[in-house]
Design a protein around this ligand. Structure first.
Ligand code: HEC
Length: 147
């Protein structure tokens, strides 16, 4: 009887220590994930927010000097909505291209890859939505007099 209650205690302690150790690892992993996320997020650029950004009527993509290359290389297989719905870093876009090359018969882009990546990095980078007002600054608090 004595022996088995000791066993229960020891098992309990082992689980407790394991739990604490694992949860601290998790927090660390989460933090470094958040940091790497934040590093890659730029505040939403004026161009991306603005309703007046010029869009190509045919594809809906943002107009700039490299758009013609993106139209040439990226519109053959799927809607440009797939492009517009995504926001990646240059490296992220490169990985998407590699993924399509490996799995979906996308051809080698050769020298044009730089233009395509320039375009995607500039116009479809990760964004941070402005959904809350900035905290108030320099507030002058006063005592509320009730009578
Ligand atoms: C040879 C055909 C082909 C071409 C050309 C092509 N893609 Fe794709 N792409 C695909 C296929 C297939 C999918 C998967 C579609 C699906 O999941 O419905 C895809 C999916 C995507 C996605 C969504 C990825 C995801 O994670 O859901 C993006 C973004 C994308 N393509 C961007 C591009 C860009 C940028 C180019 C130009 C460099 C391009 N595609 C050219 C075949 C192609």
């Amino acid at each position: 009887m004595k022996n088995s209650s000791n066993q229960i205690k020891i098992t309990f302690i082992i689980f407790l220590v394991l739990g604490i150790t694992l949860s601290s690892f998790r927090r660390e992993a989460q933090n470094s994930y958040n940091v790497s996320l934040k590093k890659n997020i730029k505040p939403l650029s004026h161009a991306a927010l603005s309703d007046t950004t010029k869009k190509d009527p045919e594809t809906g993509l943002i107009v700039d000097e490299n758009l013609y290359m993106v139209k040439a290389q990226c519109t053959g297989c799927h809607s440009t909505k797939l492009i517009m719905a995504n926001h990646f870093t240059r490296d992220g876009w490169k990985q998407k291209i590699r993924w399509m090359q490996a799995n979906h018969n996308l051809w080698e882009l050769g020298d044009t890859e730089k233009q395509v990546l320039d375009y995607l990095e500039k116009n479809y980078a990760p964004i941070q939505m402005v959904s809350r007002r900035a905290p108030l600054k320099g507030i002058q608090w006063y005592d509320l007099k009730l009578n």
